[in-house]
Design a protein around this ligand. Structure first.
Ligand code: ADP
Ligand code: MG
Length: 461
């Protein structure tokens, strides 16, 4: 193993290092290797690297290394463009902090639990992760103070700007101490970033990780489907041929996204759609079901292509080619993560050929074209998920931990551990993946029994 890539050279605490090992973080990703020395050295910093390149730990470890746990007031503030991203960053920081005692990380990002959140804030929180709108409003109401903040992080800075948060960010920065450290992370680098940096950073070091680097681990195949109307049949063919264990199908609009999902469902293929028309709780549920294997196909607009840490996707399918090259890179970045070879399958019809040409030119690749005729048509694609998701009306606020739920499900005459999948504890509720054949048994057990000595509502999610 390359010594320069090892976390142990960074001077992090023993707890953090052994936790990283237990998480399977054996070596630093390029942005961590090149960024952490600046982050830990108190420099203002701009880091540009692909989605999935480990940017969260590049600032998360910096934050954890500098916390004064005895001081319960917020010392780090992380701004994210959406609530999902805030929740994901919060979850990753909690993972990184697992073996370090009593570090509190709180999200402040929309939703309805505000009174509860303000109570948690009063009890102390070391790290706040949230969206600019909500944070600014709470600061203006004096619901909490950021006068002890040592580190301000803008995560997904390109999207923060795109979503029009520039003024809010400047206002929030003005609430924090002038001698703070300011870190800015982004997958792409539009003009506005320089201006933003100039207004809130000082003498920032900058590191850019070449996205070409990641391309090599993704097999990209393109299919000329001739006409738009042939795309759906082509989709079924390529799914049947490649049989990805899980896939995200990207469409250019919500309308196409819904249409493709409906057509898949009509063929008894489990699929879920995600786009900006869904309310926040529905989006969370969709992502939960996809991550816990209750559904293996996600049909998405570009909402899902950036930032969201959707792991281990067997294939990314571009039902439509995105007209923006950067979007293409972000979409296919969902597959082939963490050393695996990914698969990106793109359909194009008619005038999309021009888009393919410009993507190929941008990526400096000769696109590999495959004939639909060459695909194996023998077996139609079937996809029925082996897991289903159940809902429990209790969560982190009830101090429920995964072990409590697992215990309640698997005790005497209960389910076997292997029939219980991913357990996700949210603020006020939880989701658990259960082998489909055992769902009724699981619901029955949790309904008649107790978790942490209490009754909760339980049902199919
Ligand atoms: P980004 O913010 O750049 O899109 P994330 O921070 O969400 O990327 O990280 C992507 C995934 O890689 C996460 O699942 C994270 O747990 C994992 N990861 C991060 N750093 C490492 C590492 N050094 N070794 C292995 N996995 C890592
Ligand atoms: Mg990120």
């Amino acid at each position: 193993m390359d010594a320069s890539k090892q976390f142990k050279n960074l001077g992090l605490s023993k707890e953090i290092l052994s936790n990283l090992e237990s998480l399977g973080y054996l070596e630093m990703t390029p942005i961590q290797e090149q960024g952490l020395p600046f982050v830990l050295g108190n420099r203002d910093f701009i880091g540009q690297a692909n989605t999935g390149s480990g940017k969260t730990a590049a600032f998360g470890l910096g934050i954890l290394a500098k916390l004064d746990v005895a001081n319960p007031r917020p010392q780090a503030l992380v701004l994210c463009p959406t609530r999902e991203l805030a929740e994901q960053v919060c979850a990753e920081i909690r993972r990184l902090a697992r073996f370090t005692n009593n570090i509190k990380v709180l999200t402040l990002a929309g939703g309805t639990e505000e009174r509860h959140k303000i109570k948690s804030l009063k009890q102390g929180a070391h790290i706040i992760v949230g969206t600019p709108g909500r944070i600014k409003r709470l600061l203006e109401k004096k619901s909490f103070s950021v006068s002890n903040v040592k580190i301000l992080v803008l995560d997904e800075a390109d999207r923060l700007l795109e979503m029009g948060f520039l003024d809010d960010i400047n206002d929030i920065a003005a609430f924090t101490p002038i001698n703070r450290q300011t870190l800015l992370f982004s997958a792409t680098f539009p003009h506005g970033i320089k201006t933003l940096s100039a207004s809130i950073q000082e003498d920032a070091a900058q590191v850019t990780i070449d996205s070409q680097h990641q391309q090599n681990s993704i097999k990209q195949v393109f299919f000329d489907v001739t006409a738009e109307s042939d795309k759906f049949d082509a989709l079924l063919l390529i799914l049947g041929h490649f049989k990805p264990e899980s896939s995200i199908i990207f469409c250019n609009s919500r309308v196409i996204c819904s249409k493709v999902t409906q057509m898949l469902k009509r063929r008894k293929i489990d699929a879920l759609e995600i786009h900006s028309d869904l309310e926040q709780p529905d989006r969370t549920l969709v992502l939960t079901k996809f991550a816990n294997k209750s559904c293996s196909i996600l049909v998405a607009t570009d909402l899902a292509s950036r930032g969201l840490d959707i792991k281990d996707v067997g294939a990314v399918v571009n039902y439509d080619l995105p007209s923006d090259h950067e979007l293409y890179i972000h979409r296919i970045g969902r597959t082939g993560r963490a050393g695996k070879v990914g698969l990106a399958l793109s359909l194009f019809a008619g005038k999309e050929k021009a888009i393919l040409d410009s993507i190929a030119e941008y990526l400096k690749i000769t696109p590999q074209l495959m004939e639909l005729r060459a695909l194996n048509k023998k077996k139609p694609f079937v996809s029925q998920s082996s897991m289903s998701t159940i809902y429990i009306s209790g969560g982190r606020k009830d101090n429920i931990r995964p072990g409590d739920i697992l215990g309640a499900l698997t005790g005497d005459a209960g389910l076997l551990g292997k029939d219980v999948g991913k357990i996700q504890i949210l603020e006020v509720n939880s989701y658990v993946a259960i082998a489909s054949a055992h769902v009724d048994q699981a619901i029955e057990r949790l309904t008649t029994g107790k978790i942490k000595g209490r009754k909760f509502r339980v049902g199919r999610a």
